[in-house]
Design a protein around this ligand. Structure first.
Ligand SMILES: NC(=O)c1ccc[n+]([C@@H]2O[C@H](COP(=O)([O-])OP(=O)(O)OC[C@H]3O[C@@H](n4cnc5c(N)ncnc54)[C@H](O)[C@@H]3O)[C@@H](O)[C@H]2O)c1
Length: 392
């Protein structure tokens, strides 16, 4: 069986190798592909080809994909969470160091010097850039997911005292967080205690303006705020006041808007936190692995519109079903199978929102009988997509 993948936006070739030799990439089958692998391609105005079963975004956000429309058409949308976490972590560690010692201003000043006595001028003027060290300083990390947990651990190794706040931390992330990181139950404790605060939460109505006049008022003078998560987590008007009064010593962000540029105490980077060669490669590798697993076994890892689902395929045939999340669906599926005198080897059904996904493994080698069952499922209005996968 050959699967067809159409790529957009120059996906890293090493990542595409993860697909293995059962996949044709951008070949003559790409007019009606089984899967897309994309980066920033906007799919909002695109009619999906009838065979399209999966879209993998090599990156974390899926704003460029109409996820609801994909669900309605039985298309599983994948992303690559955490693939650029190390890149963002390194950018944040660099930012902490940049705030402690103003290397950017120091370099700018040094470049203004002229004459034979530059070394003398350097010695005379360097005091203004003495700065401080980060060892022993307090760092607050808000959000301990893929990025925040890495920062917490590494800042600890650099000698910082680290406080972490995340009421919804995942079990996987929690396992990876050093027991030296102090768990904080109230966000206010971070604002009141820390010299440096870095934020790594998604933008939601709950997290919008996490930094506002009220929270700046809790901070001690000279606090550094680092925001590589989303612009709207900070209320800029309140930030300008907090810089004016010395509460915020420096704000370092990856999200430039005109009002932030060329301002004393503010350093803006052009959204480069997650953009390293390695991160791009990691994203492509993860996207390739997700598509390969889904097409070859029907298993789902890291989908934004369907649940994670894993089950080794040992039966002669597996049917995968994407169905509307209606009552008794598992019973109805089981009845359809037993009506054809077929035994079920295994069945898993998991839902996410309005849709559910079923892996149905059949203890039946007679292809004609299995095809009859597939045809029955295809007639069912509650079932949006049916696939038949041959076991080994
Ligand atoms: N600058 C960049 O290039 C770049 C790259 C990747 C991600 N990001 C941003 O960084 C954010 C974090 O990325 P990640 O990969 O670590 O995501 P993640 O999903 O692994 O972690 C997010 C964490 O935030 C926690 N959280 C959610 N709501 C919270 C709240 N109200 N208070 C405290 N914690 C809360 C979650 O429990 C989770 O542990 C993303 O949402 C994205 O906006 C930026």
């Amino acid at each position: 069986m050959v699967f067809s993948v159409k790529t957009f936006n120059n996906i890293n070739q090493i990542g595409l190798k993860e697909l293995g030799n059962q996949f044709q990439i951008d070949g003559d089958l790409a007019e009606n592909p089984d899967a897309y692998i994309i980066r920033s391609q906007n799919l909002h105005d695109v009619d999906f080809p009838s065979q399209l079963k999966a879209i993998a975004r090599a990156g974390a956000g899926t704003n460029n994909i109409p996820v609801d429309k994909a669900s309605e058409q039985g298309i599983v949308v994948f992303n690559t969470p955490g693939a650029n976490a190390n890149a963002v972590k390194e950018a944040v560690i660099a930012s902490i160091l940049l705030s402690a010692r103003d290397y950017i201003a120091a370099n700018t000043w040094t470049n203004t010097l002229t004459g034979d006595d530059v070394p003398k001028q350097v010695e005379a003027g360097k005091k203004q850039f003495a700065g401080t060290e980060i060892r022993g300083k307090k760092l607050g990390v808000i959000g301990l997911g893929a990025i925040g947990s890495r920062i917490a651990n590494d800042a600890r190794r650099l000698g910082m005292t680290v406080f972490g706040y995340d009421p919804y931390v995942s079990i996987d992330a929690a396992w990876n967080i050093s027991h030296h990181v102090r768990r904080v139950k109230e966000l206010k404790e971070i604002f009141e205690t820390c010299d440096y605060i870095t934020v790594h939460v998604p933008l939601t109505p709950d997290t919008k303006h996490t930094f506002n006049a009220e929270t700046f008022a809790l901070m001690q003078k000279g606090t550094t705020i680092i925001n590589f998560a989303r612009a709207e987590l900070v209320d800029n008007a309140a930030l300008f006041d907090a810089i004016e009064t010395g509460v915020v010593k420096r704000y370092i962000t990856d999200f430039g808007t005109e009002e932030l540029l060329n301002k004393e105490g503010i350093t803006v980077f052009p959204h480069v936190g997650g953009s390293t060669e390695e991160a791009e490669l990691n994203c492509a590798i993860m996207a390739g692995q997700e598509i390969r697993q889904f097409m070859e076994t029907g298993e789902i890892t890291n989908s934004v519109n369907f649940p994670n689902i894993h089950q080794p395929l040992s039966a002669p045939y597996r049917i995968t079903l994407i169905n509307k999340n209606v009552p008794n669906i598992v019973a109805r599926i089981s009845t359809a199978v037993s009506d054809l005198n077929i035994n079920i080897d295994n069945i898993i059904n998991r839902s996410k929102g309005d849709y559910a996904y079923t892996l149905l493994d059949l203890d039946e080698s007679d292809k004609a009988k299995v095809d009859e069952l597939v045809a029955k499922f295809e007639e069912n209005d509650n079932i949006v997509r049916v696939r038949l996968i041959k076991g080994n």
